[in-house]
Ligand binder design. Structure first.
Ligand SMILES: [Fe+2]
Ligand SMILES: [Fe+2]
Length: 409
C-alpha cells in the first residue's frame, strides 16, 4: 500500500500500518481513522509519511507523485552503484526501492558532486606499508587530542564522575553547549519538555549519551577546515550525519539495547577518511581518482594506495585520543561488523552507512553502495518493512540536523 506524505493526508483516511515516533513509541495504530489532530501529532514527532488504506480513492501515493519514466531512469542509473549488493535480498530490495523513490523526488541531486580534480596516477602504488609504519612510529603524527575531548573522554572513563562534572566540562565551550542543546531539544530526540541546560540534558538523557555527543560534535569541528579542493566537507558532514541519524532510529526500531553512542558512532564512522583528507591530501587524491577510474570501491583503493584503510586510521586515532572502547569498536568495524565485540551495534552502523550511500545523502568519496553484510543484517533481526518506516523518518530529521550543524559550534 502506498505512502502518503503528511501534508497530503486527509481526515478519514485509514492507517494501513502502525505509526511510531523515532523512539518506536506508538502514535496511532493500524486500522485507525486519521483525524485532523493526528496530522499535527505526526508533524510534531517528525513523521514524514504514513501508509494508508484505499489511497487510490483520493490520496496522493508515491506513484501519483513520481513520473514512472523518471523512476525507471533513476533505477537504471542506480543499479551500477549496487553492484556489490544482491538486489534479490529483501533488505537490499527495500533499500533500493526507497533510494529510487527518494532520488526520483530529488532528481537534481542525482549527479555525483564534489569529486576531486583528477590527479595523475603513479605507475605503481606508493608504499603504503611504510606510511602505516610511519604513523605507528609517529614519524607522521596523528593530531593531538584537543583538550576538550581529552577531558571529556577522561570524565566518561571515570566511574565516579557526576552529571555536574560532565556538564562543567561541556559548559566551558558556550558554542558546543548551545549546539548540543539545539540537538537534544529537536524532534529527533523527542523530549516533550524543553531542556534548557547542559546539566539537565545530562540528567535527563544520560551522561554517556551527552558526553559522546559533545565528543562527536567537537571532533567534527576539528575537520571542518579541510579545503574544498581536497574534499567537500559539507557533503561529508551530511553523509556522517545521515549515518548517525539512521543508526539511532534503526537501533530504536530494532532489538538493540543501550543505544547510547550510536548516533555519535554514525557521526564519526568515517573519521579515518577525515584524517586522510586533512593530513594526507595527496594520497586522498590518488584514492578518489583511482576509485573513480577503475570502478573499484574507495575502501579497496585505500588498501591499494596506502596499504591500510580508513578504519585502521580510526583505530589508531581513537586509541591515541582514548575514546570509549564501545564507540571505537562501532566505528572501526563498520565495514566488517561481525568481527566487532558487539556485532549488532557495528551492524547498525554498517547498515546505516549502506543506506546513506543508497540515498545519496551527502558523500564520503565512495560512489559504490557498500555491500550489505547478510550475516550482520540477520543479526539485527529487522524486517525490510521496518526499513520502509525508518528511512523516511531519518530523511525528515536529517534536514533539520544539517541546518543545526551548519550553524556550527
Ligand atoms: Fe567507511
Ligand atoms: Fe561512510
Amino acid at each position: 500500500m502506498p505512502y502518503i506524505s503528511i501534508d497530503q493526508l486527509k481526515p478519514g483516511m485509514v492507517l494501513a500500518t502502525d505509526v511510531t515516533d523515532t523512539n518506536g513509541r506508538l502514535l496511532l495504530s493500524e486500522g485507525q481513522s486519521i483525524a485532523h489532530k493526528h496530522v499535527g501529532i505526526f508533524k510534531m514527532w517528525g513523521v514524514p509519511e504514513v501508509q494508508v488504506q484505499d489511497a487510490g480513492k483520493g490520496g496522493a501515493g508515491e506513484n501519483h507523485a513520481i513520473d514512472p519514466e523518471v523512476t525507471r531512469q533513476v533505477a537504471e542509473m542506480l543499479k551500477p552503484a549496487f553492484s556489490d549488493n544482491d538486489l534479490t535480498h529483501p533488505a537490499v530490495a527495500e533499500i533500493f526501492r526507497q533510494a529510487v523513490i527518494y532520488r526520483s523526488r530529488h532528481a537534481a541531486s542525482l549527479h555525483r558532486q564534489g569529486r576531486m580534480e583528477p590527479v595523475k596516477r603513479p605507475s605503481s602504488p606508493i608504499t603504503g606499508l611504510d606510511l602505516r609504519k610511519k604513523i605507528r612510529s609517529r614519524d607522521i603524527k596523528l593530531p593531538e587530542s584537543p583538550s576538550l575531548i581529552f577531558k571529556l573522554n577522561d570524565t566518561i572513563a571515570d566511574p565516579f564522575s557526576s552529571a555536574d562534572d560532565i556538564a562543567q566540562v561541556i559548559s566551558k565551550s558556550p558554542g558546543l553547549s548551545a549546539l548540543l542543546l539545539r540537538i537534544v531539544n529537536s524532534a529527533f530526540y523527542g523530549f516533550p519538555s524543553r531542556i534548557d541546560s547542559v546539566t539537565r540534558a545530562v540528567t535527563i538523557i544520560g551522561s554517556k549519551e551527552i558526553s559522546a555527543l559533545a565528543v562527536g560534535i567537537t571532533t567534527m569541528e576539528i575537520f571542518r577546515d579541510i579545503p574544498k579542493a581536497v574534499f567537500d566537507m559539507q557533503a561529508f558532514t551530511h553523509h556522517s550525519l545521515a549515518c548517525g541519524v539512521l543508526a539511532r532510529i534503526l537501533a530504536a526500531g530494532g532489538n538493540i539495547r543501550n543505544t547510547e553512542q550510536l548516533f555519535v558512532s554514525g557521526l564519526l564512522h568515517d573519521i579515518g577518511r577525515m584524517v586522510i583528507f586533512k593530513y594526507f591530501p595527496q594520497q586522498a587524491g590518488l584514492m578518489l581518482t583511482g576509485a573513480n577510474d577503475d570502478k573499484v570501491s574507495l575502501y579497496d583503493m585505500e588498501k591499494i594506495v596506502m596499504g591500510f584503510r580508513h578504519t585502521d586510521i580510526a583505530a589508531d586515532l581513537f586509541e591515541k585520543w582514548k575514546f570509549p572502547v564501545a564507540l571505537s569498536q562501532n566505528v572501526v568495524y563498520h565495514h566488517r561488523p561481525m568481527a566487532a565485540q558487539d556485532p549488532a551495534k557495528a551492524a547498525i552502523i554498517h547498515l546505516s552507512d549502506m543506506i546513506a550511500h543508497s540515498l545519496g545523502e551527502g558523500k564520503s568519496g565512495e560512489w559504490r553502495v557498500p555491500g550489505l553484510d547478510v550475516a550482520a543484517w540477520d543479526k539485527l533481526r529487522l524486517s525490510s518493512q521496518t526499513l520502509s518506516t525508518v528511512i523516511p523518518q531519518a530523511i525528515h530529521h536529517l534536514g533539520f540536523l544539517m541546518t543545526v550543524f551548519q550553524s556550527g559550534a
